[in-house]
Design a protein around this ligand. Structure first.
Ligand code: FAD
Length: 275
């Protein structure tokens, strides 16, 4: 596969999880990722886990990006965390607004991710390469498709270097989104986020929450497999590999895999793409 790839992990909560993720990473490093990114729990819940996992990855000789969400945060806190990341040798961030867990009031000093991007640039200049999130199928809280596109434009104009998309299974939504960005003069790489399909009910739950659409034919086929995990996995590999092929053929600049801390599905898709 000649497309650059990046891999996303979430910070494990237990020592066993840390050990397992280390093995998962070692096996996925064979794919020669450009970088690995580590998610960041809103409300700071997994901040130490994010920082330490990012440090582990850098220590393994692989470039690493820390996801960084600003919802509920103060400027002083963000300044402190940026200094901590710099001292750990981190040079890449995925800058996000994030979502507060239910029950938390906002009360922070940042409203949108574009505020965070502008703040990072003002505080740290060109130190960090900054990625932002974007939504070819429209962010679920967006007032309209147009305000969401403008929100994406604001993040790029505030100084982001590139974008990673929410996952999707409809390549046309991605190509249209890239065209609309070009029309606004936003000539930055927009890397599709790829979610392997391994578990039907989990995928439905996630997708409802984050606004990703599961096309009817995929949903119905998945439902038809019932509890047959092997059939779901085999179907998922076919569908997602075909999507990646379509994205590659259409000029996507790379692929960002939401690995869900599992090596198998991402490795298999990449092997098929190389085959
Ligand atoms: P924003 O860009 O701020 O957008 C949020 C909403 O506000 C959108 O509806 C947008 O249309 C609207 N908006 C923005 N600016 C304006 C404006 N000026 N006027 C009006 N409306 C506006 N979540 C985590 O908690 N941790 C993670 O590690 C994490 N990683 C992610 C990685 C990727 C690649 C993606 C795609 C998502 C990730 N998320 C993560 C989820 C993300 O935090 C949520 O989708 C969140 O709801 C929005 O974050 P954002 O940075 O896109 O916000």
């Amino acid at each position: 596969m000649n497309l650059p790839i990046s891999l996303e992990f979430f910070p494990p909560k237990t020592p066993e999880g840390v050990a397992k993720l280390r093995m998962v990473r070692q096996s996925l490093y064979e794919l020669k990722p450009e970088f690995c990114s580590v998610t960041y729990g809103a409300g700071g819940s997994t901040q130490e886990g994010t920082f330490s996992t990012v440090s582990d990855i850098l220590g393994e000789g692989v470039d690493a990006a820390a996801h960084f969400s600003c919802v509920g945060a103060t400027r002083d806190k963000v300044r402190e965390e940026l200094a901590e990341l710099k001292s750990r040798g981190v040079k890449r961030l995925v800058a996000l607004r994030g979502d507060l867990p239910s029950g938390y009031g906002a009360g922070g000093e940042f409203v949108y991710a574009s505020d965070l991007v502008a703040f990072i640039r003002a505080e740290t200049g060109a130190h960090f390469r900054i990625e932002v999130a974007c939504y070819p199928e429209i962010h679920p809280q967006a007032r309209s498709a147009e305000t969401d596109l403008q929100a994406y434009a604001a993040k790029i104009r505030a100084g982001a270097d590139s974008a990673i998309t929410q996952y999707f299974y409809n390549a046309d939504a991605y190509f249209r989104f890239v065209e609309e960005g070009d029309r606004l003069g936003l000539h930055v790489p927009v890397v599709p986020g790829i979610m392997p399909i391994t578990n039907s009910s989990q995928l439905m739950r996630f997708s409802d929450a984050c606004g990703a659409e599961i096309p009817r034919w995929i949903r119905l086929r998945l439902q038809g497999f019932g509890d047959d995990g092997d059939a779901i996995k085999a179907f998922g590999l076919d569908v997602v590999t075909a999507l990646c092929e379509q994205l590659r053929a259409g000029g996507a600049p790379g692929l960002h895999f939401y690995t869900m801390n599992q090596a198998g599905p991402t490795a298999e898709i990449c092997q098929r793409l190389r085959g």
